[in-house]
Structure formats: C-alpha cells, structure tokens
Ligand binder design. Structure first.
Ligand code: NAG
Ligand code: NAG
Ligand code: NAG
Ligand code: ZN
Length: 488
C-alpha cells in the first residue's frame, strides 16, 4: 500500500507537469487571458484554476499575490473534497480523515502485482489501479485530490462519510461576473423569479392536486429502489454497480406509464447513464425548468452496497410522485419541464456537470433548476422540515421555494442548511438559476448518511416529510413553468 503512494510521488516529481493547480482566494480582476481561460470554479471560498505549463510563467501569474501552485500528472481527474457538513469540520479534521484512509484502504486491498499493477478489491468490487487518489493540496476549506481516471468512478468509496467530492469540470468555466450576484446569473432571470415570488397567490386547484401526492406510494417507490421490496432485486445504485441499470430501467418504465418520455443520458466512460424525462409545451418556448434528483448512491467506506433510501432514493421517488400528479391531472405547461435523474453525483456531480455544460454550449435557457437531495430523514421529535442551502444557491430561487412552502405545505418548518454540494451546484457554476431542497435545517443528522444501512426500514425515515416537500417542489414547477389543466 505504501508502495502505491511512493510510486505516485516519484511520478509526480519526475514527470513533466502537464498542468498546475492554482488555488487562491484573490478576486479574479486583472488576470491574464491565459489564466482566466483556465478557471474551474470556486470551492468553499477559493477559486481554482488548472493551468497549462506555458501559462504558469511569473508574467502570467504576477497579478496574484496569494495562492498555491501544485504540479499535476496528466490525465488524472481533479476533485475537490470538502466537508459534507454532517458536522462542523475543520481543515485538521479533514486531513486526519485523509491520513486514516491509507490504513483503512490497506485492510481492503489484495495486492496481486504480476504486471506491477495493484488490484484493489473489496467484498463487492474490484478495480485495477496503479495508484490511489493522492492528496495534492489542502486548503483551509477542502482537500484537492488527483484521481487516476481508472478509479474515478469509485472515488466515493475511498472517502469517509463526512467527506464528499466535487469533480472539476472537464472544460474550463467562464469567470463569474464581478458585478451582480456571485454566480453570474443574468439579472433578468433573477428578476423573473422575484416577480413570481411577489405575485404568488394561494391557488386551491394547485393545493388540491398537491394533496393527491401519496406518502404511501413514495415509500413503495423508494423501497423498490433500495431493493427492500419483494419484487426488487436491486442491491445497489452505485454508479459503478450493474444494478443501477435495473433502477434506471424501472424509472424509465414508471415515467413511460405516466406518459413522460425519457432518454438515457451518457456522460462519462465508467459511469451508468442517467435519465432525462421531458414534457414539452405546445408553444415553442425554450425556457426550461429542470427538477432533479440523483438516482445513484453511495455506501459505507469500501463498499458498493448502496441502497440510498434517503440519499437520494427520496429525491428520485419524489420526482416520480410529481410526474404522477401531473399525469393524473392532465397538466400541461407553457415551458418545457425536465425531470432529471442524475448519476455520478457521488463522485462529484459528474452527470449534472456534463449536462449543464451541454445546455450552456447549446445556448439553452434555464429558468430554474431545483434539485431534491435527501428529503426523508427526520430526527425523532423534530418537526417536519424543509431546508434550503445556506450558501450554494441563487437566494431569489430559495425565497421563491420558501414562500411557496408557506402556501402549500405550512406544516414544514423552513430554514437553511450548510449541507454541501449537490447537483444544482453544476447549474449555478454555469450561471443558471438553481437551488436545492433538503430534509433538515442545520447540520446533516441522518446516521445512515453515506452508509450501506441507508434503507427505509429504520427509525426516523419519514415518507410524510418527502410528500410535504414534493408538494412544494411541484407547486414551484407549476409556478415557474406556467401550468394549465387540459379541458378546463
Ligand atoms: C410579473 O408577473 C406578472 C403576473 O404573473 C406578469 O403579468 C408580469 O408580466 C410580470 N412582469 C415581468 C416584468 O415579468
Ligand atoms: C384527463 O383527461 C382524460 C382524457 O381526456 C379524462 O378522461 C380525465 O377525466 C381527465 N382527468 C382529469 C383529472 O381532468
Ligand atoms: C419570501 O420572499 C421574500 C423575498 O421576496 C423573502 O424576503 C422572504 O424571506 C421569503 N419568505 C420566506 C418564508 O422565506
Ligand atoms: Zn445525495
């Protein structure tokens, strides 16, 4: 095991660096074009750039008075790993967690080195690798890892539950505008959401449709996805596990039965595809509304068994519940509505990142992305809750959701969470309005978070809360996408 690290470091020190990681909290005004064109996003207060060798001369970097430069081996994926905010976490906590990974990993390893390759195997999976993810830089708020592409699809299995990755986008991002909101979202789109919030009125028809959403059906759907149901043999929805294809096909059939067409979305080699299911309007509107969850999940350290009842079976089943309500009430929209079931979320928002880049490249306009991730766990004794992101959101999008919650699900206590990093971040990074709904105000409290024991049959798992949140997200889609009921 130690050998794997040693050989990695020798690779790093002898190979010509193909790129350099630059992280800095300095603002990006006045950067050279070369540096500006290598921007990869901001991660917990730091801007990250992936510079090519010819861009790292002091002439290019002169404008920066702080930051860190780290040479990187080629072809590796870079991932930022930060606290998921299961609990307050310091840099020292994260470093300590990282240091224990090597020793835990060695207990899972069998090393067959015929061809000099290490074979990493656990109870449930086996991948070949010549080296493990390596820590390349530790900032105050996160770790930056260099991840061999062969093991990128199982990156999550190397991380303890309270750490989670956000992979760098493969292509550079535009620098966010230094004016206006910090995600660089066009003002007219923000205004549009503000206008909807200001003009909200309780609509008894929306309430009546929302009231048909069934907690019982949601629970049954989640139980199919976790493999708890008799008629399901899904063992895992890890993006690398073959059973995720069973989940995918099942969702496709459910959506098809509701009259919603889905297409598989291929993104990166090694990852199961996700699903995009869209309802198109009769008008030719191109103002998309995207409601999403991630179908994939993550289990206990080293294991691919990932039932994911809460993370994110709850969000996935909540999408099905909304599609059912729409279908059963003959609802159509003025604007296209897409239900997105993402994969690769647990390895760092991989599909959503790819999808958001595709939308950007094609010039698609997105009015709102609303991500539902972890809706079902409630600490016994606490009230039903709906949490919006404390920082990773467009605030005006969160205000809209919070106001709608008061109208259609007054039973929910609305607040904020520091829970970090779900797929809506991929949209924000590209300047699309987005926010997330989550199960709890404050820290993540689910004891089965990123654990192979994340099933429905346990204390605290509450389909009623999922249902209440589904009423809110359904009404939000209705408001933003302009709903109407056919035949009325
Ligand atoms: C604001 O919303 C109202 C009512 O929904 C609509 O009639 C009006 O055109 C909107 N104004 C703008 C500037 O979008
Ligand atoms: C939906 O449309 C179908 C066929 O037009 C009709 O039979 C049904 O009653 C409608 N349902 C509702 C809730 O409007
Ligand atoms: C409703 O929206 C307004 C902004 O329009 C915001 O100030 C307020 O906090 C929101 N309500 C809730 C409950 O968040
Ligand atoms: Zn999740």
């Amino acid at each position: 095991m130690l050998l794997a690290f040693v050989s990695l470091f020798s690779i790093l020190s002898t190979a010509r660096a193909d790129s350099l990681l630059l992280t800095t909290s300095a603002p990006h005004g006045g950067l050279s074009d070369c540096v500006a064109a290598s921007y990869r996003g901001h991660y917990a207060g730091q801007h990250a750039y992936l510079l090519t060798d010819d861009c790292s001369s002091t002439a290019s970097l002169g404008v920066l008075d702080s930051g860190s430069l780290v040479p990187l081996a080629s072809k590796d994926r870079i991932a930022w790993v930060g606290a998921s905010n299961a609990l307050p976490s310091t840099r020292e906590d994260m470093l300590a967690a990282w240091e224990t990974i090597d020793s835990i990993a060695s207990s899972l390893l069998s090393t067959e080195t015929e061809d000099g390759q290490t074979s990493f195997s656990t109870k449930s999976f086996q991948v070949s690798l010549d080296r493990l993810p390596a820590l390349i830089h530790a900032s105050a708020s996160g770790l930056y890892l260099s991840v061999p592409s062969t093991i990128f699809p199982v990156l999550d299995t190397f991380l303890p539950a309270h750490l989670r990755p956000v992979a760098f986008p493969r292509q550079p991002l535009a620098l966010p505008s230094t004016r206006g909101n910090r995600w660089g979202i066009p003002e007219e789109q923000v205004e549009r959401l503000i206008n909807i919030t200001e003009n909200l009125r309780f609509n008894p028809k929306v309430a009546a449709i929302a009231s048909t959403i069934s907690a019982k059906e949601i629970l049954e759907d989640v139980r199919y996805l976790t493999g708890e149901r008799e008629d399901s043999d899904i063992e895992s929805r890890h993006s690398f596990h073959p059973d995720i294809m069973k989940a995918l096909r099942w969702v496709l059939r459910q959506m098809g039965a509701l009259g919603v067409d889905c297409s598989p979305y291929l993104h990166e080699e090694g990852f199961a595809p996700g699903l995009l299911c869209s309802i198109y309007p009769e008008s030719n509107s191109e103002e998309h509304v995207i409601i999403s969850a991630h179908l994939d999940s993550r289990g206990t350290f080293g294991s691919l068994r990932a039932p994911g009842a809460d993370d994110d079976g709850s969000g996935s089943a909540h999408l099905l519940a909304i599609a059912r309500a729409i279908s059963q009430h003959n609802i159509t929209f003025q604007h296209p509505v897409t239900f997105a079931f993402f994969t690769g979320e647990e390895q760092g928002l991989v599909m959503s990142n790819h999808f958001a880049h595709t939308l950007k490249k094609e010039g698609v306009s997105v009015q709102l992305n609303l991500q539902a991730d972890m809706l079902g766990y409630r600490v016994p004794g606490e009230p039903l809750q709906l949490a919006l992101p404390a920082t990773i959101d467009l605030p005006e999008a969160s205000y809209l959701v919070a106001n709608i919650s008061q109208l259609y699900a007054p039973e929910l206590v609305v607040g904020r969470t520091a829970a970090c990093c779900s797929d809506h971040q991929s949209f924000l990074q590209l300047g699309f309005p987005a926010t997330q709904v989550f199960e709890r105000n404050g820290w993540i409290a689910d004891p089965m978070y990123h654990n192979s024991g994340d099933v429905t049959n346990r204390e605290g798992y509450d389909a009623e809360q999922i249902k209440s949140i589904a009423k809110v997200t359904m009404a939000t889609v209705f408001e933003v996408a302009g709903w109407q009921q056919d035949g009325n």
